[in-house]
Each structure stands twice: as C-alpha cells, then as structure tokens.
Write a protein of this length. Structure first.
Length: 147
C-alpha cells in the first residue's frame, strides 16, 4: 500500500499540479491587490463611489419591511478580475510556451527533407491507361492487350 502511494506522489503530474496550485495562489494575491488597490478605487471614483464594488448598489424592499442590496458593481468587479487573470495567464504563460513549442518544431523539421508521397490509386490507374494507349497505337513494346 505504501509503495503505491509513493509511486503516486512521485509521478511528475502530481508534482506539477502542486506547483501550479501554489503559484496560482500567489498569482491570485497579486491580481487581487491590483484589483482592490488600483482598479476598484479608480472605477469607483468614476462612478462617485468608494470602489467599484459599491458603485452599482440597488436597494429593494423585502417582505419583512427591511431592504436587500443588489450589488451589480461587485459582479462587474469579479468579471473584470477574471478577465485580468485570464489575460495575464495568456500573455505570461500560454503565449511564451506556444512560441517555444513553435521554435522547437521548426528546429526539429529544419534538418528533415520532405518525404515523397506514394502514388495514389488514381495516379497508378492513369499511368496504366497511358501505357495501354501507347501500346495500342503501336508505340510500346512488351505490353499487349488481348481482345
């Protein structure tokens, strides 16, 4: 049982996943600081509020006589935060990795000559037809068609 657990832990993808979670958590802290420290106050000032989270608050009466708040600004802030995280991941991770993969593929293919493709069945049939036509007209030897 311990041997199986050791094999599971030592797999590369488990370690990669653990690293990704830790890096993701650290990256989330950076993005949250960017959103809460810069973006929300700037957009809140634009809409005359403390932050974007309090910019579009709609109070509605409840059945018990109190009120409930619909916080549209908080939803908008979450959408903006998601888009910023997605953009940062794309431009900081995905784009460079794709570029590296593309360069590696170019290097791998640089020394290889293009392979000759085998003739298709249609090509072979066309050659046979041409040889038969040449033989019937008397221009070829060795290939005779019985009628």
């Amino acid at each position: 049982m311990l041997k199986g657990f050791k094999e599971f832990i030592m797999r590369g993808n488990v370690i990669d996943l653990a690293v990704a979670v830790v890096i993701g958590a650290a990256f989330t802290a950076i993005v949250n600081a960017l959103i809460d420290g810069l973006l929300n106050p700037a957009l809140g000032a634009l809409f005359n509020a403390d932050s974007l989270k309090t910019a579009f608050v709609v109070e509605i009466p409840t059945m018990s006589g109190g009120s409930a708040e619909l916080m549209f600004g908080a939803v908008l802030a979450a959408v903006i935060q998601f888009l910023l995280v997605a953009a940062a991941v794309y431009f900081a991770l995905v784009t460079p990795i794709n570029h590296i993969k593309h360069k590696a593929e170019e290097r791998r293919n640089a020394g290889l000559e293009p392979k000759e493709t085998a003739p298709t069945e249609l090509d072979l049939l066309t050659q046979i037809r041409d040889l038969l036509a040449k033989t019937e007209s008397g221009g070829g030897e060795g290939l005779h068609v019985a009628r």
